[in-house]
Design a protein around this ligand. Sequence first.
Ligand SMILES: Nc1ncnc2c1ncn2[C@@H]1O[C@H](COP(=O)(O)OP(=O)(O)OP(=O)(O)O)[C@@H](O)[C@H]1O
Ligand SMILES: [Mg+2]
Length: 234
Amino acid sequence: MTTALGHPTQDEAGKPQRILVINAKGGCGKTTIATNLAAALHAQSAHTLVVDFDPQGSASEWLQLRAASPQGEIPALSALRHEVSVSRCWLLPLPPGTQWVIMDAPAALHGVELQKLVHEADILIIPVMPSPIDIEAMVHFIKDLFFIAKVRQQSIPMAIIANRVKTNTIIFRTLQKFLQALRIPVIAVLRDSQDYIHAFEQGLALVDLPAGVNEREAIQWRHILEWVKSRSNV
Ligand SMILES: Nc1ncnc2c1ncn2[C@@H]1O[C@H](COP(=O)(O)OP(=O)(O)OP(=O)(O)O)[C@@H](O)[C@H]1O
Ligand SMILES: [Mg+2]
């Protein structure tokens, strides 16, 4: 295995699969979903690495807490710490054997930087919250994504996760209508739950909670893992 991130393609077996969690809208749950996804893969003994592209460094904070937790450290690459741009980050060395690279994107990413990051990813996950502002922002963001040839040509699997959802609300039904029209799969509906906040504060994730504590969310995370694996070569 190469020590550089390089440019692995999906048909190159054994190359790390790079999942980009992205949405230009701030606060929609990118870091929460990126860290939960990393922990869910790690819990299955998959060699997982997190890349924190956000100058806020929230994922890096979580990773530090995680390192001190009984669940154990998840390796990280911090674009910020290395003071490199999105594109140069890919030249940093990866731990040998890395299977999954989870990339936490910053908010307000657009134009060339968005293009560069999408270009380096194998799978896109877009968190969306059910609020009028978030729905409008999502529509603009998806439009921006479709300016990228790789997305337009459907050369990259892409899915939406509805986040912080209160089901049985009118706004959630509005979100569902928009999502149906977009024809991008919705692979999970995550509830607005304090469990995410409490887990994050301890460097943990939903999958780390004792079995049965939040079974409804655990099922959603199983769906996410199934989808991600079905779209990868790992
Ligand atoms: N499903 C959820 N239930 C409850 N709280 C949540 C959930 N998802 C995210 N949050 C909370 O919402 C806030 C924003 O989430 P998060 O930081 O993951 O968003 P983000 O998209 O990474 O934000 P930014 O654009 O600033 O990087 C955080 O306080 C987080 O704990
Ligand atoms: Mg974030």
